[in-house]
Design a protein around this ligand. Structure first.
Ligand code: FES
Length: 112
């Protein structure tokens, strides 16, 4: 995912290297406001969403990644990583965050 670097309302946090995020897994980034789960799909795409299931707050970073989805480890709600929304018949959504890659370095965009 490529987001323009000049978005004035975003602050870009260095969060490590691409290899630090396991394929079909996640890494958690803690900010003063929230926990953000950074996922890598099997084909190497990266997504960042709030690490809190919209059902009952389960840790999405501990869920299984299938294709473009993560399955919450508590009760099985499926979240579309591209849209940040639950897949029907489930309901709800999570906040998404932009990720920027420069070489092997990853940056996470958070509001200023
Ligand atoms: S807390 Fe995620 S499905 Fe219930």
């Amino acid at each position: 995912m490529s987001i323009p670097a000049q978005q004035p309302s975003l602050r870009w946090l260095a969060i490590g290297r691409v290899e630090d995020v396991p394929a079909q897994g996640a890494r958690v980034v803690l900010t003063p406001d929230t926990a953000i789960a950074v996922f890598k799909t099997r084909d190497g795409r990266l997504f960042a969403i709030e690490d809190r299931c919209p059902h009952k707050g389960g840790p999405l970073s501990e869920g299984l990644v299938h294709g473009d989805c993560v399955v919450c480890p508590l009760h099985g709600l499926k979240i579309d990583l591209v849209k940040g929304s639950a897949i029907a018949p489930d309901e709800g959504s999570v906040k998404r965050y932009p990720i920027r890659q420069e070489g092997e370095q990853l940056f996470l965009g958070v509001a200023c």
